[in-house]
Design a protein around this ligand. Structure first.
Ligand SMILES: Nc1ncnc2c1ncn2[C@@H]1O[C@H](COP(=O)(O)OP(=O)(O)OP(=O)(O)O)[C@@H](O)[C@H]1O
Length: 930
């Protein structure tokens, strides 16, 4: 058998780790090790296995383990299964054999260090570099070799007893290699009572005066109470008396001088007699020996008022995968035949041992005696490691019926249970090479292996959704099936790991600790049902419902149906078909339930999502409001700035124009008296750079040639000479003087003849600037509009955007008005120019009417030193100057074409301006497109 070659608890040794088989409970840990090995990563010097922890490196780990434990408790999450470690002291013999090599050391209350001794397999593996030689484990609490039984009880079981009296179910089981002190821990010795006797005493002390000693209520099935009739009560009484009598007899026999006896008994299978009954530590004691203050805190505190308690005990063992009642009455006088018990499921799917003897006990003393009877029937054998080694798993159970005064008929009576399981010690099968010991060892290891598998599966299932849920193989061994209820929510379990510090059993101890480390990762889970038990309960339910009326009449029949066989393999094909049909219906029902549940969950999720969305929406709208307010504020300030700058610009413009008009008016007034000289001359500062402008501008801005002005002194001289030389000159001069006066008069009427070009240029410039500014404004406004558009989009088309639009449109209107005023200004300028043009024309006509003045003769001129004509214009006669001539020639209507005079550049400009007025500013964008 493969398992017989494996390590006892199913955990591979370091030697075996390299093989194909990996024990599930440590697969992760070993996988980690093997993985690192495969990848050539250096092994950690210390491995750590802690509650909820895989193998890790040392420094981080202790903190992490402690932190996790702390946080789980702080968070109020499920409570972790308590795993206590107890180290037994070395015996003198062991010390002499050199077993003390310091391989086990307690670091603190929760941490244990294991260092591989020389010659151990672990050390060999470490030397090969495939396993660490130092291991660190953490537990709920570690108890060293000096820990007394009382101290251990106080710290472990006392609270469990209290819980059981309050109605809870509790299991304590010991686990460890053989000869590690499991039995000692549970039962103790005569001088040092173990956990179980202390628990019994504790219970009875607490229930003093509250016992229900009638035998009419009895625990049945897994956790039910049955009302016994009078004959049954009588039968119970007889059984009880005979058991106690038997114990009395045995004790008195044992107390004879010849000492303890030993006897042999058949294991029950195959007639092989291999089990020996040997005297044990408790055999000689008549009563439980407890220290005076051991149960000082006993009392009835926390117990329900008015409730009385009926206490029943049972004791059975699992030996070679068979269940034996250790309280069988009357005692089987034929040692070769022990009755095996069957494991069944009740109608709720909870396993129970059918036909197990339950004895009512009324004192700690009686309980003690019952325990001793069972103890005598238990299978012990002498092995090379332990001369009195338990060869079976023994389970002592105490059921407490909480009897309320109003329902003493049994209905509604609560039941709680305290079970104490002393597991057989795991051991190397190679130590038991043959015979019954090897078979026992194999079976022990098998059931421990199954326990390990169940714990691993439970841990896997409790590990969230990261791994798929596994079926917990409770049904694969009797031990796990019996303990199933405590692992699946019917109660709570607590593990005591026993180790001895012997160097020779170091490897086995290490494996046991690795196994227990998996249990440290368990949490107390909710109640669950097994599949088969569930099917069976379903099968019974319809029958139960259909027979309800019958059952009401006859309670006895109900009990019979309750105690139906729980093994599904016992059902015939008809029953199985019925089961299939029921299961189909059940599947449909459950599917419907699940669908309803899903719908509810969906609804809840939707409503929660809606809440979240509404909350987010509110948050967003708040943020949006804030943003909108900010944007509005910003754009309002921008619009205000824009308005101010526009106002400033146009008022400046108007002021400039006022100044210009005033200046022009003053100039005109000033020039009114000297129209013949400088009326056409532009002010020197108003002449723009002709090269920097376009031709049309140049033409517009270039001043007309200066009106010829007579040089006063030369003019007088010439006049005098011309008068003396030519007598007609005087006449001509008179006419000319008259015409000159007339001309002056007309010139006076002409407003702004000379600076009109400058004026128009300046006005044009201003206009151009204004238009440029307007274009700039428009661009700015377009940007503003675009910004506003995006802002408004962000603002979800709310009313503040409208306000902005209104502000913008009012700004637009204002700009349009200003445009209008500019156009009006331009028009008035045009009117002025047209007026000027008319006046210029009439002036030209007047000049044309003036008789031409005969130029002086060249000779005379030369004679009189007047040859400086030409470039020296100021010394020439005004009528002889080229520009003057060209000007007036151009304006003089010819006799042939009087209606179309030849235009001078200046008049052409004026004409062109009149024909095509300066472009009015293009209308502003009337409305921003949003
Ligand atoms: N804490 C302890 N203090 C003193 N002695 C102890 C302690 N624990 C165990 N021993 C002694 O060690 C020996 C082995 O103990 P025990 O029989 O309880 O081991 P075990 O684990 O039950 O072994 P097995 O699995 O083979 O039954 C006994 O002689 C017992 O008295």
């Amino acid at each position: 058998m493969a398992l017989s070659l494996a390590s006892p608890c199913g955990v591979l040794s370091d030697e075996e780790e390299g093989g194909a088989v990996v024990f599930e409970s440590t697969a992760a840990d070993l996988g980690g090790l093997m993985g690192s090995r495969l990848h050539g990563v250096a092994m950690p010097e210390v491995s750590l296995i802690a509650p909820g922890q895989e193998l890790q490196t040392p420094q981080k780990e202790v903190k992490a383990g402690a932190g996790r434990r702390g946080s789980a408790e702080e968070e109020g999450g499920p409570e972790k299964v308590k795993v206590y470690l107890r180290i037994r002291p070395l015996t003198e013999g062991e010390k002499e054999r050199g077993e003390q090599q310091g391989c086990v050391s307690i670091e603190n209350d929760e941490t244990l260090m294991l260092s591989a001794p020389k010659n151990s397999n672990n050390m060999k593996s470490a030397e090969r570099g495939i396993a660490p030689n130092v291991h660190k484990f953490t537990f709920s609490q570690i108890f060293g070799p000096d820990t007394s039984q009382k101290e251990f009880f106080e710290c472990t079981m006392k609270e469990m007893v209290r819980d059981v009296l309050r109605g809870e179910n509790r299991l304590l089981y010991t686990y460890g290699v053989t000869n590690s002190g499991k039995t000692y821990t549970i039962q103790g010795t005569r001088s040092e009572a173990g956990l179980l006797p202390r628990a019994l005493v504790s219970v009875f002390q607490k229930l003093q005066g509250r016992l229900y000693s009638a035998l009419d209520l009895k625990p049945v099935l897994c956790q039910e109470v049955r009302w016994l009739n009078s004959s049954e009560v009588r039968a119970e009484e007889i059984r009880r008396e005979s058991l106690l009598k038997e114990e009395e007899n045995t004790t008195s026999q044992n107390s004879r001088p010849q000492g303890s006896t030993s006897m042999s008994c058949d294991s029950g299978i195959g007639g092989v007699s291999s089990t020996s009954y040997t005297a044990n530590q408790l055999e000689d004691s008549d009563s439980v020996c407890l220290e005076a203050d051991s149960l000082s805190h006993s009392g009835a505190e926390g117990l329900e008022e008015g409730v009385r308690f009926s206490i029943w005990v049972s004791f059975f063992e699992i030996y070679n995968e068979f269940l034996y009642d250790l309280l069988e009455t009357p005692p089987n006088l034929q040692p070769c035949k022990r009755t095996t018990l069957r494991l069944c499921d009740d109608r709720h799917g909870n396993p129970y041992v059918r036909d197990l003897t339950w004895i009512q006990v009324r004192s700690a003393e009686e309980a003690w005696r019952v325990l001793k009877v069972g103890r005598r029937n238990q299978s012990f054998a002498s092995t090379h490691l332990n001369h009195n080694s338990s060869r079976s798993h023994s389970i002592f159970s105490m059921r407490i019926l909480h009897v309320h005064p109003e329902n003493e008929s049994g209905k509604g009576t609560r039941i709680s249970e305290l079970s104490v399981c002393d597991l057989a010690g795991s051991e190397r099968c190679k130590d038991q090479r043959m015979g019954e010991r090897m078979k026992e060892a194999t079976n022990i290891n098998t059931s421990l292996h199954m326990l390990g598998r169940c714990i691993t599966a439970l841990r896997n299932n409790q590990g969230g959704r990261s791994r798929p849920a596994q079926v917990v193989p409770f049904r694969d061994s009797k031990l796990t099936r019996v303990l199933q209820g405590f692992f699946s929510g019917r109660g709570r379990s607590c593990m005591v790991v026993n180790i001895n510090p012997c160097a020779s059993t170091y490897d086995e101890t290490l494996q046991a600790l690795k196994f227990s480390a998996i249990a440290t990762q368990l949490v107390h889970g909710p109640s669950t049902k097994t599949r088969v038990a569930y099917i069976l309960s379903l099968l019974r339910e319809p029958a139960r419902r259909s027979n309800e009326s019958t059952l009401m009449e006859d309670e006895g029949e109900e009990e019979d149906s309750d105690e139906e066989e729980g093994d599904i393999t016992m059902l015939d094909s008809e029953a199985l078909l019925r089961a299939i049909n029921i299961l189909k219906g059940e599947v449909l029902r459950q599917r419907q339930e699940k669908e309803e549940l899903e719908a509810q969950v969906r609804e809840q999720v939707v409503s929660e999502m809606m809440e979240v969305i509404t909350r987010m929406e509110n948050d967003f709208s708040e943020t949006l409001d804030t943003q909108r307010a900010l944007v509005e504020e910003r754009y309002e300030s921008k619009i205000g700035n824009l308005q101010k700058s526009l106002k400033r610009y146009y008022s400046q413009e108007i002021e400039d124009r006022d100044d210009q008009i005033a200046r022009l008016a003053a100039e005109l007034k000033e020039r009114g008296g000297s129209a013949d000289t400088s009326v056409m001359a532009p002010p020197p500062d108003a002449v723009p750079n002709p090269e920097g402008l376009r031709r049309s501008r140049r033409l517009a801005s270039s001043p007309p040639p200066p009106f010829p002005s007579p040089p006063p002194e030369n003019w007088a001289k010439c006049e005098r000479s011309w008068s003396s030389a030519d007598p007609s000159y005087r006449r001509k001069r008179k006419v000319s003087g008259r015409v000159g006066k007339e001309l002056k008069r007309y010139q006076g009427l002409v407003s702004l003849p000379a600076p009109s070009g400058t004026l128009t240029a300046s006005v044009d410039r201003k206009l151009e600037e204004g238009q440029r500014s307007l274009r700039q404004l428009r661009t700015d406004l377009q940007h503003l509009g675009a910004d506003l558009q995006s802002a408004e989009r962000a603002c979800c088309r709310n009313t503040s955007g409208e306000r902005l639009r209104q502000a913008l449109s009012s700004a637009d209107d204002m700009l349009a008005k200003q445009d209008q005023s500019l156009v009006e200004l331009q028009n008035s300028l045009l009117l002025v120019k047209m007026d000027l043009r008319k006046k210029t024309d009439s002036l030209a006509q007047l000049h044309a009417l003036r008789p031409p003045v005969a130029p002086p003769t060249p000779g005379l001129c030369r004679k009189r030193g007047c040859e400086g004509a030409g470039p020296n214009a100021e010394n020439q006669h005004p009528e002889k100057r080229p520009f003057y001539r060209s000007l007036f020639l151009g304006r003089t209507p010819s006799k042939n074409t009087p209606a179309t005079p030849t235009l001078t550049p200046y008049s052409r400009i004026l004409r062109s301006r009149q024909q095509s007025p300066p472009p009015s500013p293009s209308p502003l964008r009337r409305r921003v497109n949003y």
